[in-house]
Design a protein. Structure first.
Length: 322
């Protein structure tokens, strides 16, 4: 059985307000449940229009309250800017209150200005991810908890509510992080910026299983029409959005060719007619062995079109891939 979810970044397109995008994101989760998707995953970003959700776990709670069946997860909560124990407590709340419909995805994040704003600093980002991840795992599984590490030190406390026993999913964009997740038996979340071969190579480094692959998912009456629609729309979001990544220490930041990136996304992911989308998704499953896929569905920048896309994917694509 292949599990397929939606992936929502809270993308701010020109002419929209952040509040409107947040409301639409929750409505899209509701629509995804109605369309038969298994999961909805919400991204987290700070101080940029690329994504206007600064707390994915908070919006996940709102979405869980509006739904009854679908699993909702964070893709991802940025661990470098959060206290692992506080994040585990919030995850426990959502797990218990939703009847087990919450999943926690975490990532290292980047060397961005967030580290300055939240008083975290570069050292924890550069060398503290493993310690943060291990403390998070402990807080998700142990009734009593203490720490005596480089970045976290505190006396023993009792975790309340009861630890949910969740196994966090780790966003992996490098072999180093894939190896870190593998050493701890944790599944990976693999981004939409890489194709099937790159995903398969990362999976080969980690036998934990239950990995998740992200992709763009967009259905049109024809492949040509769907590709043209995204090529018109997505740069309007990506150009200012990607420019919002501000390094905390002035280090050079790689500039992405936005038009070339959109072209890549349309070529390697299920963007096209229903038949094309089914074929691409089936090929991904065969080439990577992935049993869990999440699809970015909001690429048009038009909420009504997003809801139509979700409905068509649920009706014309999902049943033929599972």
């Amino acid at each position: 059985m292949i599990r397929i979810g939606v992936f929502l970044v809270g993308a701010l397109f020109p002419g929209q307000s952040a509040g409107e995008v947040l409301r639409n994101t929750v409505e899209t989760v509701v629509a995804a449940e109605r369309a038969g998707f298994d999961d909805a995953w919400i991204a987290e970003h700070h101080f940029m229009s690329y994504g206007v959700v600064p707390s994915a776990i908070t919006l996940a709670g709102v979405a869980l309250g509006r739904t009854s069946r679908i699993t909702v997860g964070t893709a991802v909560s940025v661990l470098s800017t959060r206290h692992p124990v506080a994040l585990a407590e919030e995850a426990a709340i959502l797990h218990h209150a939703s009847g087990g419909r919450f999943e926690l995805g975490v990532g290292r994040g980047g060397p961005w200005v967030d580290l300055e704003v939240f008083g975290i600093g570069l050292p924890r980002y550069e060398s503290g991810f493993a310690e943060s991840l291990d403390l998070l795992r402990a807080a998700l599984s142990r009734q009593r908890l203490s720490a005596d590490g480089e970045f976290f030190r505190f006396r023993e406390v009792e975790m309340m509510p009861d630890p949910p026993g969740l196994r966090p999913i780790v966003a992996c964009t490098s072999a180093e992080t894939a190896d870190l997740a593998a050493a701890r038996g944790l599944p990976m979340l693999l981004g939409m910026h890489i194709g099937d071969q790159e995903k398969a190579a990362m999976i080969a480094r980690n036998a934990s299983g239950d990995h998740i692959g992200a992709a763009v998912g967009f259905v049109g009456d024809s492949t040509e029409q769907a590709v043209a629609e995204l090529k018109r729309a997505m740069p309007r979001w990506l150009r200012p959005g990607l420019a919002g990544y501000v390094p905390v220490d002035g280090r050079p930041r790689q500039q992405r060719d936005v038009d070339a990136y959109v072209d890549l996304l349309c070529r390697i992911h299920p963007v096209g007619s229903p038949e094309h989308c089914v074929r691409v998704l089936r090929e991904t499953v065969v080439q990577t062995g992935l049993k869990r896929l999440i699809l970015l569905v909001e690429g048009s920048g038009d909420h009504r079109r997003t809801l139509e896309n979700v409905a068509r994917l649920g009706r014309e694509v999902l049943p033929l891939v599972r």
